[in-house]
Structures are given as C-alpha cells and as structure tokens.
Design a protein. Structure first.
Length: 178
C-alpha cells in the first residue's frame, strides 16, 4: 500500500526545483537525496530526490529526472507516494489515516459509527466518527478513549467519557470550557 507524503506545487527558479505541500509529520526522514517516489499521475514519475532544502516555511525539492523549469511545471499538482511496507518497520506505534478510515467504531459490542477521517492536530490527533445518523463526532485519539484498534478485523473500540458524543453533536458545543 502507498502513503501520500507530498503534493507538488509551482516551479521555483530555472533549475527544475519545485515547491511541495508536505503531508507527513517527518519531512526530515522522507525527503532526503536518493529517495524515490511513486507519482500520480504515473506518467510524471517515478521521481528521485536530488536535493531538498527549506526556503522559509516552504520545502523545495529537486529531482534527478527534472532538469529545467518547463519539466518542473509539468509536475504541478502531482502527488508523491512512498510504499508503507517500507515505513512499517520504522513505525512500531501508530496508524496511518488510510488504515483507520472505514473501520467500525464500537462502544463495547455496539456499533456506533464508522471512522471517516483522522485529523492530525498539534496537541493530539482526533478521529472523525460518522454516527448512524450521519453526524460527525470528534474523538480524541488517545489510548484512554480508543483502547483498541483492530485493523485486521475492521474495528476500533471506544470508551468515551460521559457526554462526549452529546458534546460533539450539533446541539452541543455551547462555548469554551477550560
């Protein structure tokens, strides 16, 4: 399986560098010279990093296969992927969004919804659960509330504190609580 780690933006300069939107929390590990990416659309790749540098908050990549600005322009919007099998050896704890989306969300044995997304936030990650009525519920992705993730059998177990589901519905969230 593949994991998207970046999306190519506009060309930078005349030597074939491009800006990229970084979609990984470990850019220093993913964007090193010699790293090869699977590219969508496939006709744009594969691509191998020749150089990686930061210009303020923007990552600039140069690829061995891209010699000039015209070729860099052709890459605009392309998506860069790595094989997740390569990552699994390095990441003993944690899950990628594609592994979680679609899993049943259970409280005990009762199905209360499905995982719709994983929002990666600075303080903690949030699972977006779509309940049986189609409403989205945000669940802190911490072990105390999500003690079990079983990707093989297709479910997660939730132990939500009292009121968590009500707080997240349209009727809830009355104001800021500290």
């Amino acid at each position: 399986m593949q994991l998207q780690v970046a999306r190519v933006g506009k060309p930078h300069g005349i030597r074939g560098e491009v800006t990229v939107q970084v979609l990984t929390d470990a850019p220093e590990d993913r964007f090193v010279p010699g790293t090869a990416f699977v590219v969508e659309p496939a006709k744009a790749g594969p691509l191998t990093i020749k150089s990686a540098r930061w210009n303020k908050d923007i990552l600039l990549l140069g690829f061995e296969e891209v010699a000039d600005r015209n070729r860099a322009e052709e890459l605009r919007g392309a998506r860069l992927f790595v094989e997740t099998e390569e990552l699994e050896d390095n990441d003993e704890e944690g899950w990628y969004e594609h592994e979680l989306v679609g899993l049943e969300a259970r409280v005990g044995t009762q199905v209360v919804g499905r995982v719709k997304a994983l929002n990666t936030m600075p303080a903690q990650d949030l699972l977006v659960i779509e309940d049986q009525d189609g409403k989205e519920i945000l669940i802190p992705f911490v072990e105390e509330i999500v003690p079990e993730v079983n990707t093989e059998e297709g479910y997660i177990v939730l132990t939500p504190p009292t009121g968590l589901f009500e707080l997240n519905t349209d009727e809830g969230v009355a104001g800021d609580a500290e």
